[in-house]
Design a protein around this ligand. Structure first.
Ligand code: GLU
Length: 549
């Protein structure tokens, strides 16, 4: 038996399988030519972050648009940073945004698919099997360096102005013999397993990033850690094993990993695996005092996806907005295909921003207003009440007191050919329609400067006599026009414009008086509809109050 094999048995005595076992267990996927297999691999260390949502969207549509598979994998090798409910928060959050995985974790507690377990803490034996094989082949070795020894090496490198790290002649245990290792193991010394890197810093590797294009970097020569002293793999090693066995074709991940690509390519090659296509997604940026920076979990509320739910954005608005960030040609496509699902868009990774797109809150509002304007009143009712139930209990009670009435309110200027585009998120609804609910209505009879109080009162008195809630828009306005001349107002704006000195104002000014009397505002959706929903009694009450000033 060779020393390497003895060393492998010494270090990992409980591992009795070989990689062949897993290669057979997880055969190639049966997918059509060109189908891409993608994944998102979050660590359950906190809430769903905008960056993870964005990367998940990119992975999801890449798989969808090629007839492939998108799966989730939980990277929970760092138990210290894990938070309770983290998996549920992330996977549940993705589901709520309509990003539904085909495989892997489909909820906080369920996984599906033939390539599991999809949780790294349950895969220790798989990683160790492959590490054992590398040791057997002399491609990996145990390192017994303590933190102090590593620190000493580092200090010495710094003093000599040499690149720091465990490489080349600085890799102290690189040539450790079986006997030396055995002695240390017998003394109960902890060890990590390192890769015996065949790389040379002077050599360059070139790879084609699916998003950023051609990238050149020095080859990796660091004997980086594969397995930590507790038998748990590092991210690098777990990534290579998992994405190989799960047959990921495209590793689309945050661009903080770009500097690790030389390590990853080296690992795939040493392990005899096909190297997947890498694509590095640039972070979403923010302008801060004129400078572009990454959205920060600490400083920016919108970093936590929960923020959007709290504000009352529909999940499809956020996704629609993120599609505009992901693909520079999405907006044109959307204009040409207003009714299609974004999932029908032909997504191309090459059209993604290389430097990091700016988060544009105004655009999000716009995109959202458009989508909200296309909803029916019943849909708006369902969305707003669901939102209010969670985030504004009083409003929920008001909205649901008389659902038919509330739906009639939401139908104002909706279900028409050109609906208004005023509402972007549900937390705006209470203020927007406050005058439709007695609990929130605050009268305010402040008139525009060009309108005299006495004229206004005279108009309202005359109007109250002729008003009927059955009036259609035309009749409604004709009644105002008919009153106008009796108060020396022009019936037609044209008439007034031709001779402004001859009139006190025009019928439009009088409709503003009515609007203020009924709603306390100068701008509202269609007033005739508002009055019809409020009902005659309420309208006359408000008109009378206004007349009294
Ligand atoms: N767990 C890694 C992270 O959260 C995943 C990176 C990857 O997608 O490979 O950053």
């Amino acid at each position: 038996m060779s020393d390497n094999i003895k060393l492998a048995d010494l270090l990992l005595p409980n591992i009795d399988k070989t990689p062949d076992y897993y290669e057979t267990l997880y055969p190639a996927r049966n997918l059509p030519e060109g189908a891409r297999v993608t994944r998102v691999a979050p660590s359950p260390t906190g809430y769903l972050h905008l960056g993870v949502l964005f990367a998940s969207l990119v992975n999801r549509i890449t798989a969808t648009s090629t007839g492939g598979i998108f799966f989730t994998r939980i990277e929970d090798t760092d138990k210290k940073r894990e938070v309770e409910g983290g998996i549920e928060d992330i996977i549940g959050g993705l589901n709520r945004f309509g990003i539904v995985p085909d495989e892997g974790f489909i909820s906080g507690s369920e996984q599906k698919g033939d390539y599991g377990p999809y949780q790294q803490s349950h895969r220790a034996e798989i990683y160790q099997t492959y590490v054992k094989e590398l040791i057997r082949q002399g491609l990996a070795y145990p390192c017994f360096c303590t933190a102090e020894e590593l620190e000493k090496i580092r200090n010495e490198q710094e003093a000599k102005k040499i690149r720091t790290g465990y490489h080349g002649e600085w890799a102290k245990h690189r040539n450790i013999t079986f006997e030396e290792a055995k002695q240390l193991i017998d003394q109960g010394k902890p060890f990590v397993v390192r890769l015996k890197s065949p790389g040379n810093e002077e050599h360059k590797i070139i790879f084609e990033d699916a998003i950023k294009g051609k990238i050149e970097m020095p080859e990796n020569d660091e004997d980086f850690v594969l397995l930590k002293s507790d038998g748990i793999p590092t991210y690098h090693f777990a990534h290579a094993i998992d994405d190989h066995l799960m047959h990921t074709t495209h590793v689309l991940r945050g661009d903080e990993w770009i500097s690790s690509v030389p390590k990853h390519i080296q690992l795939f090659k040493i392990l005899g695996f096909k190297v997947p296509k890498f694509g590095h997604v640039s972070p979403i940026m923010k302008l801060d005092n004129g400078a572009k920076r990454k959205i920060s979990k600490r400083k920016d509320p919108e970093a936590a996806v929960h923020f959007f739910a709290q504000e009352g954005f529909m999940s499809q608005s956020v996704i629609e907005y993120l599609m505009t960030v992901a693909a520079s040609d999405f907006e044109d496509w959307r204009r040409a295909n207003p009714d299609k699902s974004y999932k029908d868009f032909k997504f191309n990774l090459k059209k993604m921003s290389v430097s990091g797109a700016l988060f544009d809150g105004v655009k999000l509002l716009d995109v959202s207003k458009n989508l909200v304007s296309r909803l029916t009143s019943t849909q708006v009712y369902d969305y707003v009440t669901a939102w209010a139930q969670e985030f504004d209990k009083d409003f929920y009670d008001v909205l649901t007191k008389n659902p038919e009435y509330t739906k009639a309110v939401f139908a104002i200027d909706r279900d028409v050919p050109k609906p208004r585009k005023d509402i972007a998120k549900w937390n705006e609804v209470k203020e927007y329609f406050s005058y439709m609910f007695e609990e929130y209505y605050k009268p305010d009879f402040t008139l525009p400067e060009n309108i005299d109080k006495t004229d206004a009162a005279a108009f309202l008195e005359a109007y109250a006599k002729v008003y009927s809630p059955q009036d259609d828009k035309q009749t409604w306005f004709n009644k105002i026009k008919e009153i106008a001349p009796t108060l020396h107002f022009a019936s037609e704006t044209k008439e007034y414009k031709a001779n402004p000195e001859g009139f006190k104002g025009h019928a439009g000014d009088l409709s503003t008086v009515l609007r203020i009397a009924i709603t306390g505002r100068r701008n509202t959706p269609d007033l005739c509809s508002i009055m019809a929903v409020l009902g005659k009694e309420e309208c006359l009450k408000r008109i009378e109050n206004a007349m009294r000033g």
